[in-house]
Ligand binder design. Structure first.
Ligand SMILES: C[S@@+](CC[C@H](N)C(=O)[O-])C[C@H]1O[C@@H](n2cnc3c(N)ncnc32)[C@H](O)[C@@H]1O
Length: 401
């Protein structure tokens, strides 16, 4: 990595130097994202809508009626093939049209992923390969080309979420700074999903989080603040710092902060001042109780520790795809960065989690994967939903078009 303005760093050691402005990640054989010729995607089949129209995405997934903003005649798209080909083919029509892209590429593990049986054991059939030869260069070039194409499709108010882990996440961050510009960076969301067995703790702290690198196409990118409700069992509440007043109301406290003395007097009259044993004033925040739980709501931050991994997901959600992500994770991303009717895309769609959640939340979607096993699972998953809009199964494989 170069770190000086307009400096020159060895690109391929011994093979000349590349001009770098500001900071840039380089790897052996780094080449500008290649221009791919768009080729028509071949229509394999149109899957008809099921149930009573689409979900609206308003007031939860189950509301009735046509999705607001979904244009008449819109058909979602499930594409089999290399996403570089699919992205190039979609660009003439969808450049600047996609509101949200979630990208969950292979993590450069060097391994091969096999489908799983419902009991979690490996079923044998290969889902996809994540082997890239020695070094990271070919992996990084693959990602670079695709992220550049994805940026083209993003709408001005669009956002990209790139799902990565400790293996390549730091490189991806620098790569995205280059492709989107550093001011486009929004967050590194830490998805803390819990432990992963003995292997993960040999010789190091347990590795128990992934990262979502969030980049906005422009400063005005769509964003809905989300709130997180912590449900604390009443029996545990005192141990976790919650208190109860003489009337039985649960509350938490916070330092008085910027409150003026006059405001403190007003809060005192409202019964909202708590005095510690040393006499310090703290402000009380009363909390509702529901079903034996104190409900503590706060603004959702950039550490998400309330969504478990697939091992903890309901059995009905598990598709047997080895690197499937929880629907709760995708629902949160989609709700934060899109609205009903928006176009949501996932070009490493695997088992179709993004498509299924987008469908349920009344968004339009495009999903793509190069693995036939993934496409089969995604298709089955979507068609087994109680209701869904129509979708085209398309092919971007070499013979297409
Ligand atoms: C980590 S998995 C995605 C899992 C997905 N988020 C889910 O919930 O099931 C990565 C996926 O990327 C796909 N993939 C890898 N390279 C690809 C490429 N060049 N084009 C399209 N899909 C690709 C793999 O087949 C695999 O299904």
């Amino acid at each position: 990595m170069a770190s000086k303005q307009h400096t020159s760093v060895p690109r391929n050691p011994g093979q000349g130097r590349a001009n770098v402005s500001d900071v840039e990640l380089v790897w052996e054989g780094k080449a500008a994202p290649s221009k791919r010729r768009p080729r028509p995607l071949a229509l394999v089949e149109t899957i008809r809508a099921k149930g009573e129209g689409r979900a609206t995405g308003e007031g939860g997934a189950e509301s009735e009626g046509e999705a607001p903003g979904v244009p008449d005649g819109w058909t979602n798209k499930l594409i089999h093939g290399d996403n570089a080909t699919a992205l190039a083919s979609l660009a003439p029509t969808y450049r600047g049209e996609v509101g949200l892209i979630y990208a969950d590429p292979p993590f450069a593990t060097g391994g091969e992923f096999r489908l799983r049986r419902p009991d979690g054991s490996k079923a044998g059939e290969t889902a996809y390969s994540d082997a890239w030869g020695p070094g990271l260069a070919s992996y990084l070039q693959m990602l670079y080309e695709r992220l550049a194409l994805m940026r083209e499709l993003l709408a001005e108010r669009g956002t990209l979420y790139l799902h990565v882990d400790w293996r390549a996440g730091h490189y991806a961050r620098v790569m995205l700074d280059e492709l989107f510009g550093r001011p486009a960076f929004r967050n590194t969301i830490v998805w803390h999903y819990g432990g992963r067995g003995a292997k993960a703790i040999a010789g190091q702290f347990p590795r128990n989080h992934d990262m979502l690198l969030v980049y906005a196409k422009s400063p005005g990118a769509a964003f809905n603040r989300l709130r997180q409700v912590r449900r604390v069992p009443v029996e545990e509440a005192p141990r976790r710092g919650y208190r109860r007043d003489a009337d039985g109301r649960w509350f938490k406290t916070a330092p008085r902060g910027d409150y003026t003395d006059a405001s403190i007097r007003r809060l005192e009259q409202e019964g909202r001042i708590y005095r510690t044993r040393t006499g310090r004033e703290r402000v009380k925040y009363f909390l509702p109780v529901e079903g034996g739980h104190v409900l503590d709501e706060k603004l959702l931050g950039d550490v998400w520790d309330d969504i478990g991994d697939m091992m903890h997901a309901p059995a009905a959600e598990r598709t047997g795809f080895p690197t499937q992500k929880p629907e709760a994770l995708l629902a949160r991303i989609i709700e934060a960065s899109s609205k009903p009717g928006d176009l949501v895309a996932d070009f490493f769609c695997g088992s179709g989690t993004t498509a299924a959640v987008a469908e349920r939340l009344g968004r339009r979607w495009i999903a793509c994967d190069s693995s036939l096993a993934a496409i089969d699972i995604a298709r089955r998953r979507l068609t087994s939903m109680p209701r869904h809009g129509p979708f085209d199964l398309l092919s971007a494989t070499a013979g297409a078009g």
